[in-house]
Design a protein around this ligand. Structure first.
Ligand SMILES: NC(=O)c1ccc[n+]([C@@H]2O[C@H](COP(=O)([O-])OP(=O)(O)OC[C@H]3O[C@@H](n4cnc5c(N)ncnc54)[C@H](O)[C@@H]3O)[C@@H](O)[C@H]2O)c1
Length: 435
């Protein structure tokens, strides 16, 4: 792929400046009297997938050590501890109960890589224990949990970031800078899409005994009690309402985040129109919608989300991505790059390819915030909460079959009574919703 040279030089110079400094100029907080010692000690909760990837990025920094790991799957836990021992020469402590990991006084940062239904409790408890936190996206599995997490980060004065790593990607910073430059003219619509085969599941197979070494009761945690089914467990839990929200909370938060950032949106939408169902694979094991369209209305533009699970073709030959439709041209983006398609000759074509990894940059920038006690992390908990709310509002709209839905973020209610029970999940005893 090529990039227009003049555009590249201009945007890369400005980007270098943007990446060298935090995105906000807010003064660092003084929650700690001193920054963590030269060594930064990290503990990971949830070691299988993304949490492990996050930890690897942390450990690529020479000042970072992993002191402890926690997982409810003992085989996973000991395997990961062995890997760290082999690579770094020191085996971390291992725990099946995350509260024991939080008791470790020497841990500075906790990484949360558990399924979405666990994020809120573990995040709030980590804040309470005085830890800084890297929590995976989506921030939480409900609107009320998002609010509780924002409140906890503030109340306990923690430095926290959500794993929406595109906020630290050069590619995306260049895109935002281009959008801010106004070359596209008036933008009337942002279309966001995610088409992924994995989210359209085969019919659910039979329940099985809980695998040896797995504490399934704790995996369920605050979610309702159910019998064990391997298709609803590691990795695939995201297609079941009690643990995740399907493609819109999985890929949607990454891409909607870029749409909200691009359009500088700081509030929930004025109105949401949502429709969908399990149309493509009606017999599939997934509970979440394989086919879904959501339109978020603003004063003078729309943001649309569309997902199709079970297939992988999409607009502009991209199976996921977003486009900003402007009067002078259309900007199309995903992690593989972004391009501008001009309306006639109103704007020059642009073609930008990725440069550097979003994940590594995100962790590096978060570590810098921890060291300087700067709460303006590359993806603040407020930012992640807003974006997750967009995903949840879309899902709730389809779940209740509403033609249109208005969420009042101050009053914390929908205009339709039947939507309100979805705001806050009922936690299963002994787990208590963090008030
Ligand atoms: N930022 C990204 O690009 C990205 C990519 C993939 C996943 N994610 C997010 O990362 C999180 C984890 O997703 P995944 O795909 O790695 O899931 P996964 O199922 O592969 O891994 C989750 C791990 O958490 C463990 N776990 C569950 N409950 C636990 C508990 N109470 N205490 C300790 N451990 C527990 C599981 O045993 C498992 O090892 C999700 O929120 C997901 O949305 C982010």
């Amino acid at each position: 792929m090529n990039i227009n040279r003049r555009t590249f030089l201009k945007s890369s110079a400005a980007l270098t400046a943007a990446m060298a400094t935090p995105l906000s100029s807010a003064a660092p907080s003084s929650s700690r009297t001193t920054p963590p010692s030269d060594t930064i000690n990290v503990g990971l909760i949830g070691c299988r997938g993304m949490g492990w990837g996050d930890l690897s990025n942390f450990l690529s920094h020479k000042e970072v050590r992993c002191l402890a790991l926690c997982d409810i799957d003992s085989e996973m836990l000991s395997g990961r501890a062995d890997e760290i021992d082999k690579k770094y020469g020191k085996r971390p402590d291992t725990y099946a109960d995350y509260r024991k990991l939080l008791d470790c006084k020497d841990i500075d940062i906790v990484v949360i890589g558990t399924p979405d239904h666990w994020h809120c409790l573990q995040f709030v408890d980590a804040c309470k224990a005085g830890k800084d936190v890297y929590v995976e996206k989506p921030l939480a599995n409900s609107i009320a949990e998002c609010d509780a997490m924002v409140a906890a980060a503030k109340r306990y004065n923690r430095i926290a970031v959500a794993g929406q790593q595109q906020r630290s990607g050069k590619l995306w910073h260049e895109m935002i800078e281009y959008l801010r430059g106004g070359k596209l003219g008036k933008i009337s619509k942002v279309h966001v899409w995610g088409n992924f085969k994995y989210a359209g599941m085969a019919p659910l197979g039979p329940d099985t005994p809980v695998p040896q070494g797995v504490d399934f009761e704790t995996w369920l945690g605050p979610a309702p009690k159910v019998t064990f089914n391997p298709h609803r467990f590691h990795g695939s839990w995201r297609m079941f309402w009690d643990y995740g929200g399907g493609l819109i909370t999985d890929w949607g938060v990454h891409l909607l985040d870029m749409a909200l950032w691009g359009m500088d949106v700081q509030t929930v939408p004025l109105k949401t129109l949502a429709a969908g169902g399990r149309f493509l694979l009606p017999d599939g094991g997934h509970e979440t919608f394989d086919t879904m369209s959501v339109t978020y209305q603003f004063k003078d533009f729309l943001i649309e989300w569309e997902n199709n699970a079970g297939v992988e073709t999409g607009p502009y030959e991209r199976h996921y991505g977003l486009l900003f439709r402007g009067a002078n041209g259309t900007l199309v983006a995903n992690r593989e790059g972004w391009e501008v398609y001009p309306e006639g000759d109103r704007v020059l074509p642009v073609n930008v390819t990725p440069n550097g990894t979003d994940h590594a940059a995100h962790v590096t920038r978060f570590l810098e915030c921890v060291k300087t006690r700067n709460p303006e992390t590359p993806c603040t908990i407020e930012n992640a909460a807003l974006c997750a709310k967009y995903a949840h509002i879309g899902n709730i709209g389809v779940r209740i079959g509403a033609a249109a839905l208005v969420y009042d973020d101050r009053a914390r209610t929908f205009d339709l009574a039947e939507a309100n029970p979805y705001i806050r999940p009922a936690y299963r005893s002994p787990w208590k919703f963090p008030e």
